[in-house]
Each structure stands twice: as C-alpha cells, then as structure tokens.
Design a protein around this ligand. Structure first.
Ligand code: XBP
Ligand code: MG
Length: 236
C-alpha cells in the first residue's frame, strides 16, 4: 500500500535546471570574472553529471583555460558553486521559478490524506530551503517528514543512497513508497533502491528512457487516487 511520496526537486517540482541553475552558473562565471558560459545544449550534456560542483569539475576537465592542478580546480569549483547557489537564491527570490502544474495540489492532497512525504534530491539543502517556501508558502516544511539533500550522501544519484536513506528515515519498505522523478539518473537511483517511479519528463529530459515504466501524462495529470492506483499496479 502507498504510504509515502518521495519527491525529487530539480526538474520535477519546477523547471529549476532551465530557469534556475543554468542561469545561475552563468551569473557565477561572470561574477568570478571568467569568460565561460554554458548554453542550453552544453548544459544538457553536463546534466549527465549530477551535483553542481561535480558538473563544474567535469566541464573544467575539458577546458584548456581551467586551472592546471586538481587542487586548484577543486578550489575554483567550490567557489563557483557557492556563487552559483547564491545567484540561484536571488533568482528564486525574484520569483523566476514556478511550480510545475499539479505539483502543489498533489503535495497538499497527500499531506491532507496522511501520506508521508520526503524531499529526495541531489541539490544542495540551501537550494531546497530557498525554493520550497516560494512554491508552497511559509508552512512548506509541514508537508515533509524528511529532507534528504546532496550533503546527506556520499554518492549522489544515480546511486540509490539518497533513496535508501529516505526509506530508513521514514521507517518504510521500498514497496510502500513512490518516487516522483524527471531524470534518468533519478529514475535509476529510485529503481535501484526498489522504489516504484512515476516519471515526469522535463525540459532537459523530454523523453522517458527505456525501462521508465510509468510516466506522467500531461494531458491527464494524476490526482492522489491515480497515484495510489498506479503505485499498486507498479508494485504488484
Ligand atoms: C539535481 C542535480 C543538482 C542540480 C544543481 O539532480 O543534479 O546538481 O543540478 O544543484 P536531481 P547543486 O534532480 O536528480 O536531484 O548545484 O546544489 O548540486
Ligand atoms: Mg530531477
């Protein structure tokens, strides 16, 4: 039986990668005085790497003008990542990010029905704490029983660690939960933890990968009853 909804953040709750993180990375490059910039196509490639700091390091590995030593690259990645997260918080404060249709209603309905809910994300905790009040209002934290973020794990998605941790925190078995995800890495992480996934394609991940199974139909968005039914089907 469905007991909990495990929510990914980036791409699932809002189009944060398209309207937030990519824009904020470019603001960070400018603030640091670097002539670097990530166009949508390049950012789409770099999204194969989960974690903003890790993404910066992956990009630097391909650049002739990146610092020469691993230690200097790491220091620059940390500095740029902090600048990026500060820029992201400013974009959120300017109301540049909106909840994707149906998300707020489902979170509130799930809370009203007594389902447990957790945030299960690769992004930094500060980004969640900036975004969620804008999407859900000042009482946003009341909707969630646990908040698992990038800092809480050793290995980020597609590793299942963050899902395993969420289940342990909620005291639930994998078949009692449903993950809502948008990316192949998120899908893989949840499935590897044994959790059924409702995949919602997003701007950077428009096509469900092979093995996605259950996909959100934008023409007929699911309500809570549909989530319960779909979960029962996909855990049977
Ligand atoms: C999100 C990520 C994050 C964000 C940026 O993946 O991979 O790295 O892009 O946030 P998911 P940070 O949606 O699967 O959780 O810069 O804080 O990492
Ligand atoms: Mg995501």
């Amino acid at each position: 039986m469905l007991e909990a909804l495990l929510w990914d953040v980036d791409g699932t709750l809002a189009e944060t990668e398209r309207d937030g993180h990519r824009v904020a990375f470019n603001l960070a490059f400018a603030e640091a005085g670097l002539p670097w910039g990530w166009c949508e196509r390049r950012y789409g490639e770099l999204l194969q790497v989960t974690g903003g700091r890790e993404r910066l390091l992956a990009d630097m590995a391909t650049r002739a003008d990146a610092p020469a030593t691993p230690a200097a690259r790491e220091a620059l990645a940390r500095r740029l990542h902090a600048l990026k997260n500060a820029a992201y918080a400013r974009l959120v404060a300017e109301d540049r990010l909106r909840a994707r249709p149906g998300v707020v209603g489902l979170i509130r309905a799930a809370r009203a029905a007594g389902l447990r809910q957790a945030i299960v994300t690769t992004t930094s905790r500060a980004n969640v704490q900036a975004l969620l009040p804008r999407l859900l209002g000042p009482d946003w934290a009341d909707c969630f029983d646990a908040l698992l973020c990038g800092e809480d794990v050793v290995a980020k998605k597609p590793d299942p660690e963050v899902y395993t941790l969420a289940l342990r925190r909620l005291g639930l078995a994998p078949e009692q939960a449903l993950a809502l995800e948008d990316s192949p890495a998120g899908l893989q992480a949840a499935q590897a933890a044994g959790v059924a996934v409702l995949l919602r394609p997003s701007a950077y991940f428009p096509r469900p990968p092979d093995g996605a199974g259950w996909t959100w139909d934008e023409a007929q968005p699911p309500d809570l009853a549909a989530l319960r039914l779909g979960h029962a089907r996909h855990t049977a």
